[in-house]
Design a protein around this ligand. Sequence first.
Ligand code: 5GP
Length: 175
Amino acid sequence: MEKELKLVPILTTEQIQEKVTELAQKITEEYQDYFPLMVGILKGCFIFAADLLRQLEFPYEVDFLGTSSYGDSTTSSGVVKLTKDLDFNVENRHVLLIEDIVDTGLTLHYLCDILKRREPLSVNIVALVEKDIPRTVDLPVKYIGFKVPNVYVAGYGLDWKEQFRGLPYIAQVIE
Ligand code: 5GP
């Protein structure tokens, strides 16, 4: 028999939209003269990146990195796989990574390591959501939207077993 699934909203559409506007303003202040490369981390970033990028009022370029670490499970395997590399060269560029959620931080730690070896001028991170847990890795997270408790969340690009990415809000998934 199928287990019943409960979605408990924890961030509303309005809260998210307000926060995205706030983040876009901060990024505009600091990056407007840098012609940065904005790099979305697939797949979960796609809605956040689309909303954020459309509010940036300065010239920039866009690229994507693909990673997978969870497979279809909901706990971190700790193993990060690069499924899509950048199309752009990042040497001598300011790079801002756009991430949906920071959990253990292992994915971003791995990606920052790869990118720093390519000699960019800077690598920083904007994350919409960060889980409130102790981390074993150091990360250049410059902008954070929300801290959430250590629960599994879905919506606004984030999935639960590839479902619910299109929810316009973020909810805790209770199995
Ligand atoms: P980390 O490497 O920081 O542990 O995990 C990063 C990636 O795991 C995120 O980019 C996201 O794809 C996935 N992830 C971590 N926590 C959650 C969560 O609560 N919900 C969803 N949907 N994905 C998560």
